[in-house]
Design a protein around this ligand. Structure first.
Ligand code: GLU
Length: 423
């Protein structure tokens, strides 16, 4: 009798998954029990509940979180997401992933994340501003240019960062641009930041193809998610020669086996507000998109998209994780067994936080760089991290994810050991 693979307990709890990924690296690194205990938990977690005045005159109480996983190598860093399904465990996982992401890119930050349980689509612009400003005030006990620096994430934007920057500045009595990154250019944002995560995905996809002997011109791609990350990744990968055969947003996707002209699609979306009915494409659901016959898959939406339920049916040779946590550890095992290469999130989407680091440095110096210089520096950092990840994966004969974790966890562990334990 064959027994179907059952998901292990809590298989889709991102926090348990993040801890499992850490444990895999800690085992190989032979981390001491003390260090392991420090690094597998978050340093601080703040839950806030706060009222927001609604346009109709009523009040509604929202719940939000700011979690700092680690601050050993520098200030905590990580985005804020507004999503109806966010919760403390998700934010804890995202904070831990930020620690490893910053360590792998070797930028001097720890890891943090924030979230507010809300559906921005149901809030007016004014309600969204009041919610953002009150949340910023509630977490102002933690955030600051030297302590913890938020940025955009799912459903948050440059405008929302501007409101956070303004709220913190009004409370301080002077402008504090370096308290958030991903701001508009007018108030100390950086050239290249809005496109940085997608640009990083493209850089890393090209490196992965190079390693596997795949030519971009002969590589078909499906991109799940067409937000800030997915749309820029699709555009830059299209311009780099990849054939983008499918893309999707929250409402569903479109597919065309001989490739979609992404410039035209962006223009179409700006005009119609969606992807559906783009000429000469067929509709495809978000789950079916993952199983399309393409060479390279870019999940650029949310966690837990590739699980034990569909990992056996993926047809891609390579998965480039533009989202955070799109593949569960159980699915990772299946993909590895099937010879599918996964370029892990902590490298594939590190372009965003890397240019956030440049933005923070520019704000602190009040000296601003040109976009060419920023893109060049970004490429250098990601390529170096790619090589280090591959070297560790090859030396230990493990997956790229584990290779990336070995580099990142060791950097944080070494920094902890060298600082010593206070007092
Ligand atoms: N939210 C992005 C991420 O998950 C960017 C974080 C940042 O720039 O601090 O990496």
């Amino acid at each position: 009798m064959t027994i179907a693979a059952a998901p292990s307990l809590g298989a889709e709890n991102p926090w348990l998954n993040a801890q499992r990924q850490f444990d895999n690296a800690a085992d190989i690194l032979n981390l001491s029990p003390g260090l392991r205990a420090v690094l597998r938990e978050v340093r601080r977690e703040l839950i806030v509940r706060f009222p927001v005045k609604l346009d109709g005159g009523g009040l509604r109480v929202f719940e939000g979180y700011r979690v700092q996983h680690n601050v050993t190598r520098g200030p905590a860093k990580g985005g804020i997401r507004f999503h109806p399904d966010t919760n403390l465990d998700e934010v804890k996982a995202l904070a831990m992933w930020m620690t490893w992401k910053c360590a792998l890119a070797n930028i001097p930050f720890g890891g943090a994340k924030g979230g507010v349980v809300c559906d921005p689509a149901t809030l007016s612009h004014r309600e969204l501003e009041r919610l953002t400003r009150r949340f910023a005030s509630e977490i102002s006990v933690l955030i600051g240019p030297e302590s913890d620096i938020p940025a955009p994430d799912v459903n948050t934007s440059g405008e929302i960062m501007a409101w956070i920057m303004d709220t913190i500045s009004m409370e301080a009595g002077y402008s504090v641009p370096a308290v958030v990154t991903g701001k508009p250019l007018d108030i100390g944002g950086s050239e290249g930041r809005p496109s940085a995560t997608g640009r990083g995905v493209c850089i890393v996809a090209l490196e992965a193809c190079n390693r596997l002997g795949m030519e971009p011109h002969r590589t078909s791609v499906a991109v799940q998610g067409f937000g800030n990350v997915g749309s820029v990744a699709a555009l830059l990968m299209h311009d780099a020669g990849f054939k983008i055969c499918a893309v999707s947003d929250v409402h569903g996707g479109i597919y065309r086996d001989d490739g979609i002209e992404i410039h035209d699609l962006l223009e179409f979306r700006a005009r119609t507000g969606g992807l559906a009915a783009f000429p000469r494409t067929e509709p495809v659901s978000n789950s079916a998109l993952l199983e399309l016959p393409v060479d390279l898959l870019v999940p650029a939406a949310l966690e837990n998209q590739i699980t034990v339920r569909n990992a056996g049916r993926l047809q891609a040779r390579v998965v480039v994780e533009a989202a955070n946590g799109p593949t569960t550890p159980d699915a990772d095992v299946i993909l590895e067994r099937r010879g599918i290469t996964v370029v892990p999130d902590i490298l594939a989407n590190a372009g965003g936080v890397t240019v956030s680091y440049f933005e923070w440095v520019q704000d602190l110096q009040s000296l601003f760089w040109e976009e060419g210089e920023i893109n060049h520096k970004l490429e250098r950092i990601l390529k170096k991290a790619f090589v280090q990840m591959c070297d560790h994966a090859d030396a230990q004969r493990v997956s790229l994810r584990l290779g990336a974790y070995l580099v990142a966890v060791k950097r944080v562990a070494d920094a902890t050991a060298v600082r010593g334990i206070y007092p």
